[in-house]
Design a protein around this ligand. Structure first.
Ligand SMILES: *[C@@H]1O[C@H](CO)[C@@H](O)[C@H](O)[C@H]1NC(C)=O
Ligand SMILES: *[C@@H]1O[C@H](CO)[C@@H](O)[C@H](O)[C@H]1NC(C)=O
Ligand SMILES: *[C@@H]1O[C@H](CO)[C@@H](O)[C@H](O)[C@H]1NC(C)=O
Ligand SMILES: *[C@@H]1O[C@H](CO)[C@@H](O)[C@H](O)[C@H]1NC(C)=O
Length: 335
């Protein structure tokens, strides 16, 4: 049997067959790769072509800035006198209860910034990568309708994207999109993940309890409303506490790593609250004229975490001596 096998394979020795199979495989993969690239190139010429077609002057921009400015031509209206106002694309990558709602109201108080909210909270928009990219295209083409849309003279347009809303499921395609279209990334996280957890639990509770006269509010505009919401003290699940904090910490680290090649800045809620970061840095990053940014929102939880949790003693015991100990002592706020 063996002898026969060797005889018949005389004219096509095993290495040759292996080489042939390898060749076919590699060729197949190559063709696929070309096709995929074609798709990406077709998509991304959208904004590149607009830049090439536009007759706008970009002389006063530095060469490093040019990949990050655009001259979108919206389908739904004419940019008129501002058609040559360069537009920066941005995205806020954040997590729930990390101050991103408040941060967006600050940005939107600027006449040249339009931050369109949590657009991927709607599931259909993040069903698959093509619906994700189509949605982003519409925002950056200045064709997205929201209360934040300011139309003609917008110089920075973006939205906020929570890490549990599809961005980490398709990192490769999204990273390519960001880099090819010159999207600037604002990472906004919270340093004290225990305080974040308290806020998550309190917000979940209010979703059902509707403490403010029967309406659920994630953000409030008066001290009285804040006081009512802060009265509720959640009980933290001690058995899951360490793994919960570890999971959130890892999500943040993964995200920073995945998108580290983008043009980006990293912001922390606590720093903005404490005015260590007066947001002029952010306005510079977004290429808009500097001005004072304001928000009507009022902070809900202002007391130390020990006064905001039912089972503080157990929480303390669980975290004391761990790497999360700082969350217990951390004084986040000066005021
Ligand atoms: C900002 O918006 C104002 C008012 O819409 C406009 O006059 C101005 O040209 C814009 N500035 C920039 C830098 O986009
Ligand atoms: C992607 O999702 C959208 C919205 O749910 C759907 O209409 C579309 O058919 C999906 N496309 C692919 C390629 O799965
Ligand atoms: C709830 O309703 C009462 C009576 O209508 C009103 O006085 C109060 O201001 C409302 N409170 C909030 C937080 O909206
Ligand atoms: C916290 O841990 C330290 C040692 O790491 C211990 O001395 C202290 O008593 C602990 N505090 C409480 C309240 O358990």
């Amino acid at each position: 049997m063996n002898g026969n096998l060797f005889k018949t394979s005389k004219w096509s020795p095993l290495p040759l067959r292996v080489a042939l199979v390898l060749f076919v495989t590699i060729f197949g993969v190559y063709i696929c790769y070309i096709c995929m690239n074609q798709i990406t190139v077709e998509r991304t010429t959208l904004f590149a072509a607009e830049k090439a077609e536009s007759h706008c002057e970009i002389h006063d921009l530095s060469p490093e800035e040019i990949p990050f400015v655009h001259f979108p031509q919206p389908k739904t209206y004419n940019r008129g006198e501002c058609s040559c106002t360069p537009v920066r694309f941005f995205v806020i990558l954040s997590m729930q209860r990390s101050g991103s709602g408040w941060f967006e109201t600050l940005l939107n108080s600027h006449p040249n910034i339009s931050s369109n909210g949590e657009i991927f909270s709607i599931r259909e928009r993040r069903d698959n990568v093509s619906s994700i990219l189509r949605t982003i295209d519409t925002v950056y083409a200045l064709d997205w309708f929201s209360s934040a849309a300011k139309n003609e003279c917008v110089a920075a347009v973006g939205f906020k994207w929570m890490l549990n809303q599809g961005v980490l499921q398709h990192p490769k395609e999204i990273l390519d999109y960001f880099n090819l279209n010159g999207v600037s990334v604002i990472f906004l996280f919270r340093r004290n993940l225990l305080r974040r957890l308290i806020s998550v639990l309190a917000n979940d509770y209010d979703r059902h309890a509707k403490q403010l006269n029967g309406t659920h509010k994630s953000h409030v505009h008066s001290k009285e409303e804040a006081e009512i919401l802060a009265r509720f003290k959640p009980t933290i699940n001690i058995a899951l506490l360490l793994s919960n904090l570890g999971h959130v910490e890892k999500t943040i680290t993964d995200c920073l790593q995945l998108f580290s090649s983008t043009r980006h800045i990293i912001l922390y809620y606590e720093d903005i609250i404490n005015k260590h970061n007066d947001l002029s840095h952010v306005q510079e990053f977004l290429g808009v004229p500097k001005r004072k940014l304001v928000s009507r929102q009022v902070k809900i939880h202002t007391r130390p975490p020990s006064a905001q949790v039912m089972n503080w003693e157990n929480v303390f015991k669980m975290l004391n001596g761990t790497k999360y100990e700082r969350f217990l002592h951390y004084t986040d706020y000066n005021s």
